[in-house]
Design a protein around this ligand. Structure first.
Ligand SMILES: Cc1cc2nc3c(=O)[nH]c(=O)nc-3n(C[C@H](O)[C@H](O)[C@H](O)COP(=O)(O)OP(=O)(O)OC[C@H]3O[C@@H](n4cnc5c(N)ncnc54)[C@H](O)[C@@H]3O)c2cc1C
Length: 505
């Protein structure tokens, strides 16, 4: 493992000189409170000091101090990306809480907003609702309101309009980055002093992809220019059920593949199964037999379509188009895919943003873990069948969620493992479950997103060895002392573990 130094009193003094006494703490309860935020962080280390910079210049100075002392630095915004914003190495080092940097500017003419790392989704939505009602900020659809716009974008997450616009990283127009060595630079047209962030590919080859999905391991982003989207107010949600995953995946593909027409108004296409309803309640308080859910009108599986339109006529036209695809599918494939009768409260809760629907899974048995994969849309049925079978084998409820990314070009498939945190050996069981499914999925060419450092990252990179070698090279150029925490990508492996490097075997 890399040899990092512990954060000394001397280092803390330097951090205080940069940010001020009020914004640096070594208090143990406070350091633990940051760990508690990182729900779903199965493996994490306690940071040694928390520092809260106010601007890019302070970030740069902190990184210079970290280089001098060889202390690892972990940047975090909302800290809600499933524990991935927590230190993954020992000693925990400097935890850089970016939430003080929370300025946002909105340019309706060029349809771009600029956010600092601390702008929360809930706040962005509220401000747009009152000040820019005809525009929507690209916020994650179901993440807690404290998740940030920037955190989700650099994670390449999925937003409220992801069905049409693609992953959040596709919306980025420019970044302000502080490199681990302390240098500050801009990507896109922003690289030209005085230019607006109107053209992502900017003045030359665009390096922004190195920072997106890097989980804070390549540089610290202090500003992000991101597209905002038009927000028409004729909206609703319709859902169609089915018995098999194909029953929900294939019609959604029929609807989405044309890309224009009704497809461009179905901004969010997402589905799941009845277990998704069941596990949002305490295990002891709800029936676990499907018959109960059948009686209340929930199909075994379903797909939701959130539709945004400029007029009632356009909305009705879109809903009719969706319905026709389902009717044709039933006749052609001899299947039953009924429209679900949604209660107005169900529609309202789906349309509410951030919708908070994904928050209650901890009620089932306290522990929950989202595991996320990308695959070509039509292959998602096979992935979900295999995942559900594995979840049943391992004794987890078969809670499954899926969404279309960019007109059903890709699927984002997400099993939600609901588990009892007190069960002896539960974390080993989760790791075995992850290993088994990961090995099988990688053979099929499917890709994990937000990898676990001890399962998905080594398994993936041991197959994509050339790519991994390039990542390590880039990282060493940007971060010669490997100051930034390697995130869950484990680049380079030696900074996370003494175990043999799987990419070298
Ligand atoms: C209940 C629940 C529901 C969710 N629903 C959704 C959803 O609908 N859509 C979705 O996409 N996601 C969802 N998520 C995942 C998560 O909330 C989002 O990805 C989230 O928006 C991440 O933002 P954050 O501010 O919490 O980022 P953080 O967790 O703070 O950071 C994300 C990553 O980027 C790094 N990082 C943070 N700030 C910086 C920076 N300034 N520079 C460089 N690196 C940095 C961190 O180290 C970390 O690895 C959900 C999570 C939960 C718990």
């Amino acid at each position: 493992m890399s040899n990092y130094n512990k954060v000394t009193d001397e280092v803390v003094k330097k951090l205080v000189a940069i940010c001020g006494e009020k914004y640096v703490t070594t208090s143990e309860p406070l350091r633990h409170s940051y760990m508690a935020r990182g729900i779903m962080g199965l493996e994490a280390e306690l940071p040694e000091v928390i520092v809260r910079p106010e601007n890019a210049e302070q970030v740069s100075k902190i990184l210079i101090v970290a280089n001098e002392n060889l202390s690892p630095v972990t940047p975090a915004a909302g800290g809600l990306s499933g524990g991935f914003a927590l230190p993954a190495i020992q000693p925990g080092g400097i935890y850089m809480d970016m939430t003080r940097m929370d300025k946002m500017t909105v340019d309706t003419e060029n349809r771009v907003m600029v956010v600092e790392p601390g702008v929360k989704s809930g706040d962005a939505w509220r401000i747009f609702k009152t000040q820019y009602p005809d525009w929507a900020p690209p916020i994650p659809d179901g993440a807690p309101p404290a998740a940030t716009v920037l955190g989700d974008a650099i994670e390449r997450g999925f937003s409220l309009v992801t069905g049409v616009y693609g992953p959040q990283a596709d919306m980025i127009m420019g970044l302000e980055v502080v490199l681990p060595t302390g240098e500050i630079f801009h990507t896109g047209s922003w690289a030209l002093p005085g230019a607006k962030p109107f053209y992502r590919w900017g003045v030359g080859p665009n390096p922004d992809g190195l920072f997106l999905g890097s989980q804070g391991s390549m540089g610290i982003i202090t500003k992000c220019a991101i597209k905002m989207v038009p927000h028409p107010h004729y909206k609703t949600v319709v859902a169609y059920g089915g018995e098999s995953w194909d029953d929900v995946v294939k019609p959604a593909w029929e609807i989405s593949k044309h890309e224009m027409g009704i497809s461009e108004r179905t901004v969010m296409v997402q589905g799941g199964n009845y277990e998704l309803v069941m596990t949002r309640w305490p295990k002891t308080n709800v029936p676990i037999d499907y018959e109960f859910y059948k009686k209340i009108g929930v199909d075994r599986k379903w797909m939701n379509y959130e539709v945004w339109a400029w007029s009632q006529e356009e909305l009705d036209f879109t809903l009719k188009g969706i319905d026709k695809v389902y009717k044709d599918y039933e006749v052609r494939e001899k299947r039953t895919t009924p429209q679900q009768q949604l209660h107005p409260k169900q529609v309202a809760s789906r349309l509410k943003k951030p919708n908070k629907i994904a928050i209650p899974y901890s009620l089932w048995q306290a522990g929950f873990l989202f595991i996320t994969w990308y695959c070509p849309w039509l292959e998602s049925s096979a992935m979900m069948d295999e995942y559900c079978a594995a979840m049943a084998d391992y004794g987890f409820p078969e809670t499954m969620w899926v969404a279309s990314i960019d007109h059903a070009r890709q699927a984002i498939v997400m099993p939600i493992l609901c588990f009892d945190t007190n069960e002896p050996g539960i974390y080993d069981k989760i790791r075995e479950f992850n290993l088994e499914t990961t090995r099988s999925f990688l053979k099929k060419g499917w890709i994990n997103y937000r990898p676990d450092p001890f399962v998905h990252a080594p398994e993936t990179f041991s197959k994509a060895k050339e790519y991994y070698k390039m990542l390590v090279k880039f990282r060493k150029v940007l971060d010669p002392n490997l100051i930034l925490h390697p995130g869950r990508l484990a680049i380079p492996w030696e900074s996370v573990s003494d175990l043999p490097n799987p990419a070298k075997e």
